[in-house]
Design a protein around this ligand. Structure first.
Ligand code: F6R
Length: 249
């Protein structure tokens, strides 16, 4: 595991974007696994800036998002399809036909099957961007005794519904279910890039960085088994969990 402690969250986002840009430059037709949420949202503007200043070409890039809420139409402001369009796809020269986001509308069983097929069809991700939930979820793989390997429907935990209600008018509007890549899908990516900030992530990040075990009850710990994991945290979070690594300026 490669841990980078940056000065602040903004710096982490720039570094994360640079790692993604390097991947695109190295392999212009790479397949990127993308994430949503407030962490990922802060990274995409750096990709858009790089595109607008002519540093990167998205024309051959293929993407696949980790998850989507069940029950939200693609044009619902909080659907992950609409969010990705707004944050990234509408501002770069990506072919939207090469962007996979599970469908939140229609029959969830059929949408899950279709998502599974779409993940498989195009091969492994070259790089998967990840955020982490307060409870340690990655994608929407919630803490449980058993975790799904592949794309599946997931009941969102109370903690996730509570955390995500900031994006909706009220808690009752937060979808209770999502379609998510499984842990196996995530682990098959050639590289993993996890970005975390904020005191509310301290407990699970401590378990990831400082404890010598893995547990499905904190799904992010399973990433320790991956051969090419980069973790980006900022100084504040590092101090909160007592992590003493090199500071990248
Ligand atoms: C969303 C996703 C989630 C988020 C996590 C952190 O696609 O995969 O695992 O990364 O919930 O969300 P934020 O960044 O909003 O704290």
């Amino acid at each position: 595991m490669n841990v980078i402690v940056s000065q602040d969250f903004e710096e982490s986002c720039k570094l994360a974007a640079n790692i993604m840009l390097e991947q695109i430059v190295c392999k212009p037709d790479c397949r990127l696994g993308l994430a949503t949420g407030s962490t990922a949202e802060a990274i995409y503007p750096h990709l858009v800036n790089a595109y607008q200043s002519g540093k990167v070409d998205f024309s051959q890039v293929r993407t696949c998002n980790l998850d989507e809420y069940v029950g939200l139409e693609p044009d619902h402001e909080q659907s992950y399809r609409a969010s990705m369009d707004r944050w990234l796809f509408d501002h770069v020269n990506i072919d939207k036909g090469n962007t996979v986001v599970a469908s939140g509308q229609g029959d969830p069983a059929a949408a899950t099957l279709q998502f599974k097929e779409e993940i498989k069809k195009d091969g492994h991700m070259d790089l998967q961007l990840l955020g982490v939930g307060e409870n340690g979820h990655i994608g929407f793989n919630e803490p449980a005794e058993k975790l799904h390997l592949f794309a599946h429907r997931e009941q969102l935990s109370d903690s996730t519904i509570e955390a995500n209600c900031r994006f909706f008018e009220s808690k009752s509007e937060v979808p209770k279910e999502a379609i998510s890549m499984g842990i196996g899908d995530i682990m098959q990516s050639r590289k993993l890039l996890l970005v975390a900030y904020g005191k509310n992530k301290a407990k699970v990040m401590k378990t990831l960085l400082m404890d010598e075990f893995v547990t499905t009850m904190v799904p992010v710990t399973l990433l320790k088994l991956h051969r090419d994991l980069t973790v980006l945290i900022d100084q504040e979070l590092a101090a909160e969990i007592g992590y003493t690594g090199d500071i990248v300026t």
